[in-house]
Design a protein around this ligand. Sequence first.
Ligand code: MN
Length: 286
Amino acid sequence: MRLCRYNDDELGLVLGDQLFDATAALESLPPLTWPIPHGDHLIANLDALRPAIEHAAGDSHPVPVGSVVLKSPVANPSKIIGAPVNYHKHMEEARADAEINLGRDIKTIDTYGLFMKANSSLVGPGEGVALRFDDRRNDHEVELAVIIGEGGSDIAEADAMGHICAYSIGLDMTVRGTEDRSLRKGIDTYSVLGPWLVTADEIDDPGHLDFEIRVNDEVRQKSNTEHLIFDIPRLIAYASSFMTLYPGDVIMTGTPEGVGPVVPGDTMHAWIDQVGEMSVPVRAHK
Ligand code: MN
């Protein structure tokens, strides 16, 4: 099942290039009272809601998916987790590029662990990226994004795949500099998720997915998730050894070689096999 959030927070079921309005299914969500639980309410109830989504979509007339404004398919993650230097060739390019390493010795995820991106940085492709600090280099990073379904703490690697609800394309936008990653990657609009979520049952093997990103018409990054240093089960096990994962938590699994700058006016076009593709416009914050 491919689900998107679009326009005025409507819910869409995507079939091919057509979008079916399934917003009526949201009326079947259980009511919430304060304090609301951690996590995304739709993702937490997605399995139970599937029949209502299919019913609502069946009653609607489709529109081209290209005719709507796509927002992040996860509205309220309790956290967005990033994986630093999780591809060896990205480590090599970071070591060779002084504008990335700024004099620091670059190591891999084995040394750094994970980092957090601010939840308020999350947007969908239709909202675009608004660059800040135009005197500094702002880079794209395309990544497979994992969306947690069933939460948990101390999840074993052997059980980790059962905790995944869905996959999306993630862009871990970054301003280069000396500040902590959580700040440089936590800027408003610097986490893009889209174009929709694809439930885990539709992905044959997330550990072997081709993906790429073009900026305007130039291919910048092109790799396969088989080159991850910490693979998906290890990322989930490792993250949950520190913190409880909740439904809707997003793990951006890391970026391969080829990161590079974008400037206002550029269009990023990202694609992941079996997940989809999305165009994301870049503008200036002000
Ligand atoms: Mn990244």
